[in-house]
Design a protein around this ligand. Structure first.
Ligand code: ACO
Length: 332
């Protein structure tokens, strides 16, 4: 059986750091509140004019160099993002052009914080139907849709992302094992952007009403996220007759440390099995999972063949988990 294997990962975050103390000067908040309620200490923010395709190109260029992959070998580019450079053309097309992937096709996918999982599943399906090299990107420039006068949302998010290379394998020690993925549009009221789409195109009035920013009912989202991300993480382990101790690393979406703690506890993970970098980056939406994977691969917390469990929850609602064995990693 052919399965998709992750043979490389790379990530990128912008240089500029905004700390909680910086935010104290912008809105009525404080470091103690942010750290205790979310676990976030600082986040990265894109430079003026730096967009999602630019951050993606930095990550993908590194990925290609490190895996010894030529841009013309890429069959497809899938980009999970809710902050594309433009509504059209796709960010995938902009990345294709900038890296010279002359034989690729591709598309963007809107799955919010679960976007990278949805893109990984899509890329895996392409591999199973004959593609040889698929790039999957998770990236968001959240600063472009954040209202820095709204303390309910501006403290939560940051910019960044990462990319993986998917290739086919027949070796059962590597590759995608299982997934549980869900959407529930009843969550749209609790987390959305009010204007700028076909329902409410941009006008002076929508700009004046600050409707081109994230709107979130934090408490409702918190309840669902805690419940669903915890359940889906435990469910995929049970479905595959696995115990928490079998897993090398649990990489949960980084939206709130308290949500992560609930999921880790329910699935039975020890602290050392859980990737936590929300303190440094905040919530980078589709970026958190590839950023987390890159971190654990680079610092040696996991090695080829280790079990990786991803879980996420986000706007839609969207949520899910993916179980895989990392590698075989390719060195260029
Ligand atoms: N600083 C200080 N006080 C604040 C701040 C702030 N930045 N923000 C809110 N408060 C106040 C509120 O006004 C409220 O005051 P009140 O009691 O007088 O009304 C109080 O703090 C408590 O507010 P809550 O909303 O109850 O705080 P909560 O503990 O729920 O934390 C948070 C809020 C962090 C937003 C939390 O609800 C959360 O993490 N929600 C889920 C986020 C998430 O997972 N999103 C999904 C992914 S995002 C995506 O898909 C794009």
């Amino acid at each position: 059986m052919i399965r998709a294997a992750i043979t490389g990962v790379a990530s990128y975050v912008p240089k500029r750091v905004i700390t909680n103390f910086d935010l104290e000067k912008m809105v009525d908040t404080n470091d103690e509140w942010i750290v205790s309620r979310t676990g976030i200490k600082e986040r990265r923010v894109a430079a003026e004019g730096e967009a999602s395709s630019d951050m993606s190109v930095s990550a993908v260029t590194k990925l290609l160099a490190e895996t010894g992959t030529k841009a013309e070998e890429i069959d497809a580019i899938i980009v999970a993002t809710v902050t594309p450079d433009m509504l059209f053309p796709s960010t995938a097309a902009l990345i294709q052009e900038k890296i010279g992937a002359v034989n690729a096709w591709g598309y963007d996918l809107s799955g919010a914080c679960s976007g990278f999982l949805f893109a990984l599943k899509s890329g895996s399906s392409l591999i199973q139907t004959g593609s040889k090299k698929v790039i999957v990107v998770g990236v968001d420039t959240m600063s472009s849709i954040l209202d820095y006068t709204d303390r309910n949302t501006c403290i939560l998010f940051g910019d960044g992302g990462g990319a993986v290379l998917l290739e086919p394998t027949e070796d059962e020690n590597f590759g995608m094992i299982d997934d549980i993925l869900r959407i529930d549009g009843s969550g749209a009221d609790a987390l959305h952007m009010k204007a700028g789409g076909s329902r409410k195109p941009a006008t002076h009035a929508t700009v004046d009403a600050r409707e081109h920013y994230i709107y979130q009912d934090g408490r409702s989202v918190f309840k669902r996220a805690s419940n669903d991300m915890a359940n889906v993480s435990a469910e995929i382990l049970e479905k595959n007759n696995l115990k928490a101790e079998d897993v090398g690393i649990f990489i949960p979406h980084q939206a709130n440390k308290r949500i992560i703690d609930v999921a880790a506890r329910k699935a039975g993970f020890k602290d050392e099995q859980v990737l936590l970098n929300i303190d440094k980056y905040g919530n980078t939406t589709a970026g958190t999972l590839p950023l987390g994977l890159d971190e654990v691969v680079r610092n040696g917390r996991i090695k080829d063949g280790d079990l990786v469990l991803f879980a996420a929850f986000g706007a839609g609602y969207t949520w899910g988990s993916i179980l895989l064995r990392y590698g075989p990693s390719k060195k260029g």
